[in-house]
Write a protein that binds this ligand. Structure first.
Ligand code: TK8
Length: 336
């Protein structure tokens, strides 16, 4: 009998606690600055719009993103450091300039790692992506979701690149990242690390001959105005990380945190869809501007890939052998 009463009391207590909890979610007015190096007409713009619509619905209009484009709040690395010190809320950054903070991110810089978008999505959105997110969290960065930067292609002002030997002596801007640097030096190019914000004028003044980015970036950052050739090398797929300052995130309510994470995924899906569509029209626009376009034959593409294996060997240790092995095991499994 006594036991019965205790259980019943416990049940009533539990029920009343449930009733006492607020039936509404907790949202405060939040103004969140999110910076980008690319311009507003890049598909990241469409992704952020979709994310905002989602946040409006969930927070009753209380959570607001203010986006800054074209590196207005500094380049990828600078903005990411601002997140770590809690003075800026968000950034959409390439992973490549951040390897000094999280060496494991260098895995995405390995040449020809992913064969197609599907592989990239599965790896980033699955347990491997979570594994890297933990490392980002340890350094004060909440990665809300992996957005798409995409497969990178080469543009230059010298000649069509149909085989790796054509890169001989070419002055190629690379991101501030040793794996990219070695990848291009290994092809005989003269790789020059440079922040994204300086690329247009460096191409214009011919301080450099070449750069590499997805078509949508060559289009929306207007590199086609100062380049004569675009070659479909697809030598790397780099992600965009939609990161949030952990210091600021920790002050948000669980409802706000959840809304941010959920809506970043909504934005991601829109951004990826728009990139896939725009990739085609971007290339048309680039060609219409008079830029000569070429693809590489499958044989030459394969030779480029084989030539790049030394880069894997050279950088495996600093990325973390466990990290490289892990992604390669996942990919091998997917390719079965
Ligand atoms: C924009 C960069 C850019 C990247 C690069 O901030 O630096 O070439 O591909 O998209 O993140």
């Amino acid at each position: 009998m006594r036991k019965y009463i205790t259980t019943a009391t416990a049940a009533i207590l539990a029920a009343s606690t449930l009733l006492a909890a607020p039936a509404y979610a907790e949202f405060s007015n939040r103004n969140m600055r999110v910076s980008n190096g690319i311009n507003a007409d890049h598909p990241v713009g469409a992704g952020i719009k979709a994310m905002q619509t989602c946040l409006d619905e969930k927070s009753g209009g209380k959570m607001k993103i203010t986006a800054f484009w074209g590196g207005a709040l500094g380049g990828d690395l600078q903005a990411t450091q601002a997140l770590r010190s809690g003075v800026q809320e968000g950034v959409v950054s390439s992973s490549s300039p951040l390897v000094g903070i999280v060496p494991a991110l260098g895995v995405f810089d390995l040449p020809f790692l992913f064969a197609n978008q599907e592989e990239a999505y599965k790896v980033m959105d699955g347990e491997f992506g979570d594994f890297l997110n933990k490392k980002l969290l340890d350094v004060g960065l909440v990665n809300l979701a992996y957005w798409e930067n995409g497969f990178r292609n080469l543009s230059n002002s010298k000649r069509p690149v149909t085989k790796w030997e054509d890169l001989e002596g070419m002055k190629v801007r690379v991101m501030q990242n040793n794996i990219f640097l070695d990848t291009f030096d290994n092809f005989g190019a003269n790789a020059t690390p440079m922040a994204f914000g300086e690329v247009f004028s460096a191409l214009e003044t011919k301080a450099i001959d070449a750069q590499e980015n997805p078509y949508v970036t060559i289009d929306t950052s207007k590199f086609y105005e100062v380049q004569s050739y675009v070659s479909e090398t697809r030598h790397a797929y780099t992600p965009f990380l939609f990161m949030f300052s952990k210091a600021i995130f920790d002050t948000y309510s669980p409802d706000e945190q959840k809304a941010l994470k959920d809506c970043a995924v909504v934005g991601r899906d829109v951004e990826r869809k728009v990139i896939t569509e725009l990739n085609k029209t971007s290339l048309q626009k680039i060609e219409a501007a008079g830029v000569k376009f070429n693809t590489l034959s499958p044989e030459e593409h394969k030779k480029m890939l084989e030539k790049s294996q030394v880069v894997y060997e050279k950088h495996k240790k600093e990325i973390g052998a466990d990290v490289v092995d892990r992604v390669q095991a996942i990919l091998a499994d997917m390719r079965k």
